[in-house]
Design a protein around this ligand. Structure first.
Ligand code: SIN
Length: 523
């Protein structure tokens, strides 16, 4: 049994930002499933968007965020996020964070898809996440303990249903119970449950499932973002090629050299991600290879050192100026429903970063708004937890029956089927077929996972996520945001402002449509 004032699960930028803003009289434990740097934040190439140039303005960034999110957002939620984002970035700049600057010492501000303005800050060229994560890690004091290689598999609750900590398993199956009055989930999205994705392989939605099983509400699970350009070798996505590459002038072409985005959208190669991803998907369906033509970018290797290294590793000759690409799962817009500071519907349990559904991204996240989200919500939650303090709790939890049966479907099969049924193009038939297979493979039950093997827990968690996401995708009878419903190719005004919510009530999976304050369409 280990005790902390604040437990943080996950080690990306949201987790680190929170820990670095908590005062050193609080004992903080960060628990991560693998190594400290195995987070999606560490992989982030593209940068972080913020209004720091005097000619840029908050409303422009708000507008771009709403347009990308297809107005599936609360306007004031987005405004507050962008405003706090500006402040969080200004704080980092003042404190000396290593953002890239030009020869005159001015911040270099890049362009990415669906932005009206050059407002993307980078660090280390295309290694922004790594540099930012390392910078914030260095700020952590001795009051922060880091525990690696332990998978959190259960949120522990007291008799009143309040969260009082978590249980973890290590590789040998050893169980540790951690207790704290405040537990924060910052475990990232669900990218790792798709066959082709840009995520760390360990990012598989665990935080969402343990929160769900503890009674927290999940929402917007149908909205998955597919990044248009993953380096693709032998049909398999092997790593991200940042949108910043197109921001610097690269264009998408097919194997005959024809421009893919010409006439598709006014912004052509810098159109919103789902439009670019869909266009590449269509072209590949015809059996065409798709390439990023980088020949117009001077000093590519200097500007994008990580991407150049990755291409070299996979035998791509950059002198030819062509990088083979295809879309892959990238970001999860939905997640654990939270309020503006990260509180979930379970007392004592919080969620920040990609695992949370705060509503700021709507149906599709704007490029480079994800590190920003982690920075904003990490800081807000630190301020909130400092304000409420840490009261003493009785750490007793009622026992629950042991789980004995697990889904009769392999993890590999689940991933393949998720990628197929829940991919960028969906339809009722494919979704219902997958739903039926999931139902045949398992009858949902809940209980203690203390005696379960880690492999069974992973299968159980993935089955739950696949079931919830499929249900949401069936109910979302429109094309909005990251995906296209073949059978409902347009947005449906009646579904704008409606969120599909999942809740586990007394061991039963409940789903319903919820209303929220929607954005005004001021495009
Ligand atoms: C990219 O570099 O294209 C990814 C950045 C992001 O997802 O915002």
């Amino acid at each position: 049994m280990k005790h902390a004032d604040i437990l943080i699960i996950g080690s990306g930028i949201a987790a680190l930002q929170l820990a670095s803003h908590l005062s050193n009289d609080k004992h903080v434990i960060i628990i991560t499933k693998s190594k400290l740097n195995d987070s999606n934040s560490y992989l982030a190439q593209g940068g972080v968007a913020a209004v720091v140039h005097p000619n840029d303005d908050l409303l422009s960034h708000v507008h771009d965020t709403l347009v990308a999110g297809e107005f599936h957002q609360g306007e004031s939620t987005v405004y507050e996020f962008i405003k706090d984002g500006k402040r969080a970035i200004e704080d980092l700049i003042k404190a000396g964070a290593p953002f890239d600057r030009d020869e005159n010492g001015e911040l270099k501000l890049g362009m990415e898809g669906a932005h009206e303005y050059h407002r993307i800050l980078h660090a280390g060229g295309d290694a922004t996440g790594k540099h930012l994560v390392q910078y914030v890690q260095e700020k952590l004091g001795d009051h922060v303990t880091i525990v690696e290689e332990e998978m959190v598999y259960e949120v522990v609750r007291d008799k009143e249903g309040r969260c009082i900590g978590v249980k973890t398993k290590n590789a040998k199956g050893g169980i540790t119970r951690y207790e704290a009055p405040h537990t924060v989930l910052a475990t990232g999205g669900v990218g790792g449950i798709f066959e082709t994705n840009s995520n760390q392989s360990t990012i598989t939605g665990d935080g969402m499932v343990i929160a769900y099983l503890a009674g927290a509400r999940l929402g917007d699970l149908e909205f998955i973002q597919y990044h248009p350009t993953l380096l693709t070798i032998g049909g398999k996505g092997v790593g991200l090629v940042s949108e910043a590459v197109r921001g610097e002038g690269a264009i998408l072409i097919n194997q005959w050299g024809q421009k893919l985005m010409k006439g598709v959208h006014v912004k052509e190669d810098l159109a919103p991600r789902h439009i670019v991803a869909h266009r590449i998907y269509q072209e590949r369906q015809k059996g065409q290879e798709v390439f990023l033509d980088i020949s117009s970018i001077r000093d590519f290797k200097l500007r994008f050192p990580s991407i150049a290294n990755m291409c070299k590793e996979y035998g791509i000759d950059l002198e030819k100026g062509l990088i083979p690409v295809a879309p892959g799962a990238h970001f999860t817009m939905g997640g654990i429903l939270t309020d503006h500071v990260g509180r979930t519907s379970v007392e004592g349990l919080y969620a920040i970063g990609e695992v949370a559904c705060t509503g700021v991204h709507g149906a599709n996240r704007l490029a480079s708004n994800s590190l920003l989200e982690g920075l904003v919500y990490g800081k807000r939650l630190a301020q909130y937890l400092t304000f409420v303090g840490t009261e003493d709790r009785l750490f007793d939890s009622p026992p629950s029956k042991m789980m004995e049966t697990f889904p009769a479907i392999s993890l590999g099969d689940l991933k393949k089927k998720c990628s197929h049924a829940l991919g960028i193009i969906r339809n009722k038939e494919g979704l219902e077929e997958f739903q039926q297979e999931l139902q045949l493979a398992y009858e949902f039950e809940t209980g203690s996972l203390d005696g379960a093997a880690v492999a069974d827990i992973k299968g159980y968690f993935t089955w739950i996520l696949a079931s919830l996401m499929t249900k949401s995708a069936i109910l979302r009878t429109e094309s909005r945001g990251g995906h296209i419903r073949e059978d409902y190719p347009h947005p449906n005004q009646n579904l704008q402002g409606k969120r599909i919510v999942h809740e586990c009530v007394n061991g039963e999976m409940k789903v319903y449509m919820d209303e929220y304050v929607k954005a005004k369409n001021f495009a």
